[in-house]
Design a protein around this ligand. Structure first.
Ligand SMILES: O=C(O)COP(=O)(O)O
Ligand SMILES: [Mg+2]
Length: 227
Protein backbone atom coordinates (compact mmCIF):
# COMPACT_ATOMS: atom_id res chain seq x y z
CA UNK A 1 0.00 0.00 0.00
CA UNK A 2 1.37 3.44 -0.88
CA UNK A 3 2.06 6.01 1.82
CA UNK A 4 -0.62 8.52 2.77
CA UNK A 5 -0.10 12.01 1.34
CA UNK A 6 -0.79 15.62 2.24
CA UNK A 7 -0.99 17.96 -0.75
CA UNK A 8 -0.42 21.66 -0.11
CA UNK A 9 -1.57 24.62 -2.09
CA UNK A 10 1.28 27.16 -2.24
CA UNK A 11 0.26 30.85 -2.31
CA UNK A 12 -1.57 31.79 0.87
CA UNK A 13 -1.37 28.27 2.29
CA UNK A 14 2.25 27.20 2.67
CA UNK A 15 3.97 30.47 1.80
CA UNK A 16 2.89 34.06 2.36
CA UNK A 17 3.74 35.36 -1.10
CA UNK A 18 1.33 38.32 -1.24
CA UNK A 19 3.90 41.13 -0.87
CA UNK A 20 5.93 39.82 -3.81
CA UNK A 21 2.88 39.01 -5.97
CA UNK A 22 1.66 42.55 -5.33
CA UNK A 23 5.03 44.08 -6.26
CA UNK A 24 5.19 42.12 -9.51
CA UNK A 25 1.54 42.72 -10.42
CA UNK A 26 1.94 46.44 -9.83
CA UNK A 27 5.12 46.42 -11.89
CA UNK A 28 3.07 44.95 -14.78
CA UNK A 29 0.19 47.37 -14.33
CA UNK A 30 2.66 50.27 -14.26
CA UNK A 31 3.82 49.22 -17.75
CA UNK A 32 0.30 49.76 -19.08
CA UNK A 33 -0.73 52.87 -17.16
CA UNK A 34 -3.22 51.05 -14.91
CA UNK A 35 -3.68 52.01 -11.29
CA UNK A 36 -1.81 50.07 -8.64
CA UNK A 37 -3.61 47.41 -6.67
CA UNK A 38 -3.65 47.43 -2.85
CA UNK A 39 -2.95 44.38 -0.63
CA UNK A 40 -6.62 43.76 0.25
CA UNK A 41 -7.79 43.88 -3.38
CA UNK A 42 -4.99 41.50 -4.37
CA UNK A 43 -6.75 38.71 -2.41
CA UNK A 44 -9.60 38.75 -4.89
CA UNK A 45 -7.22 38.32 -7.82
CA UNK A 46 -5.08 35.43 -6.52
CA UNK A 47 -6.04 31.76 -6.75
CA UNK A 48 -6.04 30.93 -10.45
CA UNK A 49 -2.47 31.88 -11.28
CA UNK A 50 -0.59 34.91 -12.60
CA UNK A 51 -2.41 35.10 -15.92
CA UNK A 52 -5.85 35.31 -14.29
CA UNK A 53 -4.51 37.75 -11.69
CA UNK A 54 -3.55 40.17 -14.47
CA UNK A 55 -6.87 39.62 -16.27
CA UNK A 56 -8.82 40.36 -13.08
CA UNK A 57 -6.91 43.60 -12.51
CA UNK A 58 -7.82 44.74 -16.03
CA UNK A 59 -11.47 43.74 -15.59
CA UNK A 60 -11.69 45.61 -12.29
CA UNK A 61 -10.39 48.79 -13.95
CA UNK A 62 -12.61 48.15 -16.98
CA UNK A 63 -9.66 48.17 -19.32
CA UNK A 64 -9.52 46.02 -22.44
CA UNK A 65 -6.74 43.46 -22.66
CA UNK A 66 -5.92 41.71 -25.92
CA UNK A 67 -4.56 38.11 -25.87
CA UNK A 68 -1.23 39.43 -27.21
CA UNK A 69 -1.03 42.08 -24.51
CA UNK A 70 -1.87 39.47 -21.87
CA UNK A 71 0.92 37.17 -23.10
CA UNK A 72 3.32 40.11 -23.05
CA UNK A 73 2.31 41.06 -19.48
CA UNK A 74 2.54 37.45 -18.25
CA UNK A 75 6.13 37.44 -19.60
CA UNK A 76 6.90 40.66 -17.71
CA UNK A 77 5.29 39.24 -14.58
CA UNK A 78 7.31 36.00 -14.71
CA UNK A 79 10.54 37.89 -15.31
CA UNK A 80 9.97 40.36 -12.48
CA UNK A 81 8.63 37.81 -10.00
CA UNK A 82 11.29 35.22 -10.86
CA UNK A 83 14.13 37.72 -10.54
CA UNK A 84 13.19 38.75 -7.02
CA UNK A 85 12.62 35.34 -5.50
CA UNK A 86 12.16 34.46 -2.65
CA UNK A 87 11.91 38.20 -1.92
CA UNK A 88 9.78 38.83 1.15
CA UNK A 89 7.97 35.51 0.86
CA UNK A 90 8.17 33.20 3.87
CA UNK A 91 6.66 29.96 5.08
CA UNK A 92 3.76 30.45 7.46
CA UNK A 93 4.65 29.99 11.12
CA UNK A 94 4.69 26.36 12.15
CA UNK A 95 4.52 25.00 8.60
CA UNK A 96 8.02 23.58 8.69
CA UNK A 97 7.40 21.69 11.95
CA UNK A 98 4.05 20.39 10.70
CA UNK A 99 5.71 19.05 7.53
CA UNK A 100 8.53 17.47 9.57
CA UNK A 101 5.98 15.72 11.78
CA UNK A 102 3.96 14.46 8.81
CA UNK A 103 7.08 13.16 7.05
CA UNK A 104 8.29 11.45 10.23
CA UNK A 105 4.89 9.77 10.51
CA UNK A 106 5.31 8.36 6.99
CA UNK A 107 3.35 10.89 4.94
CA UNK A 108 4.37 11.93 1.46
CA UNK A 109 4.18 15.67 0.82
CA UNK A 110 3.34 17.39 -2.47
CA UNK A 111 2.41 20.82 -3.80
CA UNK A 112 -0.51 21.47 -6.17
CA UNK A 113 -0.56 25.14 -7.11
CA UNK A 114 -1.89 27.42 -9.81
CA UNK A 115 1.45 29.22 -9.76
CA UNK A 116 3.62 28.35 -12.74
CA UNK A 117 5.63 25.22 -12.03
CA UNK A 118 9.02 26.85 -12.64
CA UNK A 119 8.29 29.72 -10.27
CA UNK A 120 6.96 27.29 -7.65
CA UNK A 121 10.02 25.05 -7.80
CA UNK A 122 12.37 28.04 -7.60
CA UNK A 123 10.45 29.63 -4.75
CA UNK A 124 10.49 26.44 -2.70
CA UNK A 125 14.18 25.93 -3.50
CA UNK A 126 14.88 29.54 -2.44
CA UNK A 127 13.19 28.79 0.87
CA UNK A 128 15.19 25.58 1.27
CA UNK A 129 12.07 23.40 1.08
CA UNK A 130 11.99 21.70 -2.31
CA UNK A 131 13.52 18.38 -1.21
CA UNK A 132 10.56 17.68 1.09
CA UNK A 133 8.14 17.29 -1.77
CA UNK A 134 7.65 14.20 -3.89
CA UNK A 135 5.97 16.37 -6.54
CA UNK A 136 5.53 20.10 -7.17
CA UNK A 137 2.86 20.60 -9.83
CA UNK A 138 1.90 24.04 -11.13
CA UNK A 139 -0.71 25.53 -13.42
CA UNK A 140 1.32 24.54 -16.50
CA UNK A 141 2.44 21.05 -15.39
CA UNK A 142 -0.57 19.36 -16.97
CA UNK A 143 -3.13 20.41 -19.56
CA UNK A 144 -5.57 21.23 -16.75
CA UNK A 145 -5.36 23.14 -13.49
CA UNK A 146 -7.38 23.69 -10.31
CA UNK A 147 -10.37 23.70 -9.93
CA UNK A 148 -10.13 20.73 -12.33
CA UNK A 149 -9.80 17.78 -9.91
CA UNK A 150 -7.36 16.07 -12.27
CA UNK A 151 -4.69 18.60 -11.26
CA UNK A 152 -4.88 17.26 -7.70
CA UNK A 153 -5.29 13.61 -8.65
CA UNK A 154 -2.35 13.70 -11.08
CA UNK A 155 -0.18 15.51 -8.51
CA UNK A 156 -0.88 12.66 -6.08
CA UNK A 157 -0.06 10.10 -8.76
CA UNK A 158 3.18 11.87 -9.67
CA UNK A 159 4.17 11.91 -5.99
CA UNK A 160 3.61 8.16 -5.76
CA UNK A 161 0.57 8.52 -3.53
CA UNK A 162 -2.97 7.21 -3.59
CA UNK A 163 -6.00 9.52 -3.99
CA UNK A 164 -7.89 7.40 -1.45
CA UNK A 165 -5.30 8.16 1.22
CA UNK A 166 -4.85 11.86 0.59
CA UNK A 167 -5.67 15.18 2.22
CA UNK A 168 -5.53 18.58 0.53
CA UNK A 169 -4.76 21.78 2.39
CA UNK A 170 -5.59 25.11 0.81
CA UNK A 171 -6.69 28.69 1.33
CA UNK A 172 -9.24 29.35 -1.39
CA UNK A 173 -12.54 28.37 -2.92
CA UNK A 174 -10.50 26.96 -5.82
CA UNK A 175 -8.68 24.51 -3.54
CA UNK A 176 -11.81 23.46 -1.67
CA UNK A 177 -13.80 22.87 -4.87
CA UNK A 178 -10.90 20.96 -6.43
CA UNK A 179 -10.57 18.60 -3.49
CA UNK A 180 -14.32 18.07 -3.19
CA UNK A 181 -14.59 17.27 -6.90
CA UNK A 182 -11.80 14.71 -6.44
CA UNK A 183 -13.52 13.20 -3.38
CA UNK A 184 -10.56 14.16 -1.21
CA UNK A 185 -10.94 15.71 2.27
CA UNK A 186 -9.76 19.31 2.47
CA UNK A 187 -8.41 21.39 5.33
CA UNK A 188 -8.72 25.13 4.80
CA UNK A 189 -6.37 27.63 6.42
CA UNK A 190 -8.14 30.84 7.41
CA UNK A 191 -5.06 33.08 7.08
CA UNK A 192 -4.66 32.95 3.28
CA UNK A 193 -6.04 34.87 0.32
CA UNK A 194 -9.70 33.93 0.19
CA UNK A 195 -12.11 36.72 -0.77
CA UNK A 196 -14.83 35.37 1.56
CA UNK A 197 -14.27 33.51 4.86
CA UNK A 198 -13.23 29.94 3.98
CA UNK A 199 -16.14 28.52 6.02
CA UNK A 200 -18.39 29.76 3.19
CA UNK A 201 -17.01 26.99 0.98
CA UNK A 202 -17.53 24.22 3.58
CA UNK A 203 -14.12 22.53 3.80
CA UNK A 204 -13.75 19.36 5.89
CA UNK A 205 -11.87 21.34 8.57
CA UNK A 206 -10.53 24.84 9.15
CA UNK A 207 -7.24 25.62 10.90
CA UNK A 208 -5.90 29.00 12.00
CA UNK A 209 -2.30 27.96 12.67
CA UNK A 210 -0.06 25.12 11.54
CA UNK A 211 0.15 23.82 15.10
CA UNK A 212 -3.38 22.51 14.44
CA UNK A 213 -2.20 20.42 11.48
CA UNK A 214 -1.53 17.32 13.54
CA UNK A 215 -0.75 13.91 12.08
CA UNK A 216 -3.89 12.68 13.85
CA UNK A 217 -6.05 15.19 11.97
CA UNK A 218 -4.78 13.91 8.61
CA UNK A 219 -5.15 10.29 9.81
CA UNK A 220 -8.73 10.97 10.96
CA UNK A 221 -9.78 12.65 7.70
CA UNK A 222 -8.35 9.80 5.63
CA UNK A 223 -9.91 7.26 7.99
CA UNK A 224 -13.33 8.88 7.60
CA UNK A 225 -13.13 8.54 3.80
CA UNK A 226 -12.28 4.87 4.02
CA UNK A 227 -14.65 4.00 6.88
O1 LIG B 1 -0.92 32.45 -7.43
C1 LIG B 1 -2.10 32.10 -7.62
O2 LIG B 1 -2.96 32.78 -8.20
C2 LIG B 1 -2.55 30.77 -7.11
O3 LIG B 1 -1.54 30.05 -6.45
P1 LIG B 1 -1.99 28.89 -5.45
O4 LIG B 1 -2.76 27.89 -6.27
O5 LIG B 1 -0.67 28.37 -4.93
O6 LIG B 1 -2.81 29.53 -4.39
MG1 LIG C 1 -3.69 29.62 -2.56
Amino acid sequence: MSKPIVVFDLDGTLVDTAPDLLDSLNHCLGETGLQKVDPVTLRRYVGQGGRVMIERAFEAQQKLLSPEQLDWLVGIFIEHYGANMPGHSALYEGAEQAMEDLSSAGYLLAVCTNKFEGLSVNLLAGLGQSSRFSAICGSDTFAFRKPDPRHLVETIRKAGGDAERAVMIGDSQTDINTAKAAGIPVIAVDFGYSDLPVATYEPSRIISHYRELKVKLADDLIGAVNA
